[in-house]
Each structure stands twice: as C-alpha cells, then as structure tokens.
Design a protein around this ligand. Sequence first.
Ligand code: HC0
Ligand code: SF4
Length: 579
Amino acid sequence: LITLTIDHKTVEVPEGTTILAAAKSVGISIPTLCYLNLSDFGCVNTPSSCRMCLVEVEGRRNLAPACVTPASDKMTVSTNSVRALKTRKTMLELLLSDHPKDCLTCQKSGNCELQSLADKFSIRDIKLKGEQSAYRLDISKSLIRDMDKCIMCRRCETMCNEVQTVGVLSAINRGFESVIATAMEINLSDSVCTYCGQCAAVCPTGALVENDATWDVVKALGDPEKTVIVQTAPSVRAALGEEFGLEPGTLVTGKMVAALRGLGFDKVFDTDFGADLTIMEEASEFLDRLTRHLDGDTSVKLPILTSCCPAWVNFFEHNFSDLLDVPSTSKSPMQMFSAVVKNVYAQELGVDRKNLVVVSVMPCLAKKYEASRDEFSIGNDYDTDIVLSTRELAKLIKQYNIEFNLLKDEEFDNPLGESTGASIIFGRTGGVIEAALRTAADWYTKEDLQDIDYTQVRGFEGVRSADVKIGDLELKIGIAHGLGEARKLLEEVRAGKSAYHAIEIMACKGGCIGGGGQPYHHGNTAILKKRTEALKTEDESKKIRKSHENPYIIKLYKEYFGEPLSHRSHELLHTKYFK
Ligand code: HC0
Ligand code: SF4
C-alpha cells in the first residue's frame, strides 16, 4: 500500500491506483467526462482528452489528469485549487463554444453530463466564440447520430470497438476537424452497425440517442379508429422504476401495468407470453436437431444458437453469414407475440389487422430495427408497429401526468398476459437457455421434473460453459453476453471446434437488463446485478415456471398451431436470416 494526501485527507491505496480512484475511495469525486470505467466489461476508456479531472500535484509544474496519473507514495494532491477549478471551467467553455445551444429541445436534456457540468460550474455565458461544427444528422430506425454534439470523449468508440468488436465508430481527421465517424462517413444503416445501442448507452451528450417514438404512440392512443395493444419485455419491469427514483432492482411489474392502462392502451399484454411461445418452438427445434444428431444424421447442425436478440442477429448476418443455418429459426418473443396478435387474436377480437396497433416496450434499441424488417410485415402493415425503449416509456408516463410511485399494482390482461417464470428470466444472460432447458428436460425425460433451477448456466462471466444432465443426456451449454464474447464462441463454431450442443447469445452485457434502451447505468455492473436479482424474484414467485405449462399456450396450440414446428407454426413463428 502507498499513502498520499488528497485535499488534506490521508488515503491508503494499492500501488498503481490512479489519483481518480484514490480520491473516490475517500469520497472525493473529481469530475470526469471522457473517462468511463468499463473494467467489468474488459476495458477502461481513458483518452484523457476532456481535461475535466486535472488536479494539482505538489512539486509538479503542470496540472495532472487524475484518470491516468498513478498515485504515488507521499504525494500531495489538491483537486480544488483555484488553478484546477479555473482550468476545468475554461476547458468546459471551450467544449461549449463548439456545441449547439439547444439544450431545451435536446433529447439528452436532463441526462446530459456536459449540461450538468456546465450547471455545476455555474457557466452562465460562453465568452469564447468561434467556428461551429456542422455535420449532417444520421437517422436510422434505432439511433440518431448528431456529431455536432460530439465532444470526442471516445466512449462510443471504445464500446463499439473493444467491448462489442463491431468496429463501426472511429475517430477521423485532426484538430478542429476531428470527429467520430463511420468508415467513408456512410450512414449507420449502411454500415455493419448492429443497433445494439451500447454506444448511445455510454454517450455523455446528445450525440448518440435513440430514435424516439413516443409521439407515434400518443397519436395512436388518440385515434378512435385504432385498437392499441401494448406488450412489455421481461427486463423492463426490473429497471423502469429507476426512472422514477426507485432503487435499482425494484420490481415494478404491477405499477407498470397500471401505468400502461392509465395511458389508455386497450390491452396490456406481456412479451413474456411470446417468450413462452418461443420456448415451445426453440426447445422443439433443439430436441429435434439433437435426436437426429444422436441418430447419426450428419446433415444436422449443432450447436443450435438462440436467436431472439436482434443485435445479435444483425451481428451474425454481417459477420458470420456462412453460418446462417446454425441459429434457431424461431422468431423473437416480440415478433411471435405480434404475429399472434395480428393474425390470430385480431380475429378473436373481430378487429381488422389494419386497425390494430401493436406497441412494444423494450429495453433494446435494436428492437426498433427488428420491427421494421420486411419479413415481419405484410406490405406496409408491420406486425409490430411501434417500439418504445424503457426510457421512452418513462417519458410518456410523465407526459400523461401519472404519478408512477403512487400507482397500485394491477395485473396484465389475458390471454396474452399470462406468463411463466421461464419467460421472465429471458431478460438476463443465461435465461433463455435455462428456460429452454426447463422444457426440453421435461419433454426428453417425459417427466414433470421438479429440479428446474439450472444454476450452472447463471452468472456474469462474459463466456460461460455449463454441463447439464437431462435424463441420460450430458449436454454442454455455452453462454455469451456482449458481442466481443459472442465472437469467440462463433469463431469456434466456424472452425468446427465447438463442443457445445446449444449456445445462448445476448448482445448486451448482462443480457436485456443491460440493453441500450434501459435507464443509463454507465457500465455499473452492480446495477445490472440488482436488475438480474429482480427477475429471479419474479421467476421464483410464479406458480408456473415452465413455458409448456402456460395454460394459454396449451390452448393456443390446441386451437390454432397444433404442434410445435407444425405448418402453421412455421408460417407465423419462424423466420429466415439474410446475408
Ligand atoms: Fe429481451 Fe426478448 S428477452 S430479447 O432480451 O428473447 O429486448 O427483456 O423482450 O423479443 O422475451 C429484449 C428483454 C425481450 C424478445 C423476450 C427474447
Ligand atoms: Fe456500434 Fe452498437 Fe453503436 Fe452500432 S449501436 S455503432 S454496433 S455500439
């Protein structure tokens, strides 16, 4: 250990600790802007370009950036000398001099780190006047990129290149001209962007934000011709409360349902119903491939890959197009749900599909793109009409004057609101495969197994391997979260060296609970773990915890689909992938 003094406090830290971390350990928060600690994801972003963390180190002529300067024994640091404060303020003014002044209408207003620093430093006038950058807006289904608001912190670049290994965003040019761009400055929609939204999740300003669809929902809700149905993804209930000041990990399922009813949706349903349906098809596909493989059919591809994460689908379509027959063909729960609503439930309701609007609330920005894929529409009539992120839903609830924290719990509507514990854990890494195992194990052994907690697939390591025994079968299951981790498992499959029977992949760290549309968590895995715990609580509280025991799923198969993998299932519940 080394001992130093920071703002007259004695600090003891291990050698190699930065001044920033040493200060934090004694409750001194030095401001930062470009710095982002993603160490749980395998990297730390420290370009030390914003100069917000400059501190005074006794005996040194120049101020030192605390984020990259190691603390040393007997060092004396002042984080709040007049020179340090003044320099920080000047750096902020420099950043602001080339930043649009549209805070009032900026989507990031209220969540912008630059805005809150400007406030903290009482900047009331930007004296520096100079040239302003003027880039064109890049609008895609999922994201809006406004490089006029970029402060070159390079957090998005680190996220996209190092964590996700997609490599769409990189700094180009020098000096005033420098900016984060795609290769050849093409639009994101023409690039290999997966729309995982993790760049937007870490952007400190309004440079990268979701394509906000709240007004589309307002208009649909106000249209008397339309029957408007909402479905909510499993992980939204574990994070939405944070937008209303509740502790991370607070389950708000009942309040969320009440709020959605308050907004005026005609039916408040659950994507979890779709997740149970996905398991029916995916577990059947898995057992089908597995038994054929065991019977010596060499044309069968194993491992099977889960395919419900749309950013992951984009990633393998772009990077592993030679493996398009490996993933499960089951649609995602969101798309299965919408297909059932528009094609089966609509008839039950006696509403023409043109007058049905399906809104889905998702933790994910890639879901906005997924909903717009041609194969999920009949002409211009999409199965999923509008996708809102968790953050957008919170905005809508506030717009409608609903006092969220005072709401009494309400229940989902039925039949498409009924779900099992298996579907709830879809929202965290390892959950889809655990849900599939619960069903596959019962079907394979033809028993009603009671031991359904496959704890070996749980956890937070980026790549996990689990041995699972069902009946006489010894299965090897792989799990990856984060696209960089997924790439490793995929390379093994491509090389024919994968030892797995099944692999679950989620593009975002933690799975959907860490999606790009969730309340900002700034790479803080403690928050992600609390959201995971919330889903565990809900799973364990459910009377039915296996998808194939959902009574409405049983009814739907009896009355409409017949069997999993039937002709009708293939028509409505399965999809194709494209190069
Ligand atoms: Fe997910 Fe889903 S679990 S992708 O993470 O599979 O977004 O929460 O809604 O569709 O159910 C997201 C979350 C979903 C889907 C489900 C899956
Ligand atoms: Fe990269 Fe994901 Fe952002 Fe696309 S959405 S630029 S893949 S981080």
